[in-house]
Design a protein. Structure first.
Length: 255
């Protein structure tokens, strides 16, 4: 458990001045009930970053688990746990739909704000209007940081040309390409730079990978490990992933 807790303490600086835990638990495809148990277990093991979404259908489980954990641990404050959720874009859904969805997510999560609110995908024509709604929600205090997910370079260029508040995060699946890198959002040409060279830039976009464990194993030609809640197994998998990420970083910095 100590190894898990130590890994979860590392943080990434975002372009709005906040820092985000660099390792977290995503609950995509986690069914109700099982999701609550998994989140509660993760928090007890030292995780301080939980990632859910409107379309996952399990925000209520995340909120219930967080409430139980904070009651168990009075030394841990709400501000110590980073919660990410996402608006799922539907065709024809404009600014009002985003505001309604955010408030509904907060109700299910039993929270007054989320730490990071993302647009889940760029597949609708209303994506710029939807992002404008995120800026308004941030100003209102219903989300502390805002960003996007599954955006390509051309989507980011389009957004950065008109937005007032640049996205803090682009959450993407292809971790082997994007992970441990950032894009200089002030000169977005698709050129990727090592993370440690760009964190000090004034408008840096953090690229966050999801489904990292399975993808790393698959790309390395290994069997995708089965995830178990057993403590020893959890520590083992986390160590494998951390070692693989360090290997990717060394390869990119020296290649």
């Amino acid at each position: 458990m100590a190894a898990v807790s130590a890994a979860c303490q590392q943080r990434i600086a975002l372009n709005d001045g906040r820092t985000m835990p660099s390792f977290g638990l995503g609950v995509w495809q986690a069914p109700l009930g099982a999701c609550k148990a998994a989140v509660l277990h993760a928090l007890r093991c030292g995780y301080r970053h939980i990632d859910t979404a409107e379309v996952y259908g399990n925000e209520q489980d995340v909120g219930d688990a967080l409430a139980i954990f904070l009651k168990e641990r009075p030394d841990v404050q709400r501000e110590d746990v980073w919660v990410t959720t996402k608006f799922f874009p539907r065709h024809g859904a404009g600014r009002a739909a985003v505001v309604r969805a955010c408030r509904d997510s907060l109700r299910k999560l039993r929270l007054q704000y989320v730490d990071l609110y993302l647009i889940h995908a760029p597949h609708t024509r209303e994506r710029l209007e939807q992002y404008s709604a995120l800026e308004a929600l941030r100003a209102e205090g219903l989300c502390r940081s805002i960003g996007v997910s599954n955006y390509g370079i051309h989507h980011l260029e389009e957004l950065l040309a008109v937005c007032t508040v640049p996205p803090c995060v682009n959450q993407v699946r292809d971790i082997s390409v994007w992970c441990l890198h950032a894009i200089d959002a002030s000169n977005l040409t698709g050129r990727m730079q090592p993370l440690h060279h760009t964190l000090a830039a004034s408008r840096v976009l953090c690229v966050q990978g999801y489904s990292g464990r399975g993808l790393l194993a698959a790309r390395a030609g290994q069997e995708v490990p089965r995830i178990s809640l057993a403590r020893r197994r959890t520590q083992c998998i986390n160590k494998i992933v951390a070692a693989r990420l360090r290997s990717i970083q060394r390869t990119r910095l020296t290649g």
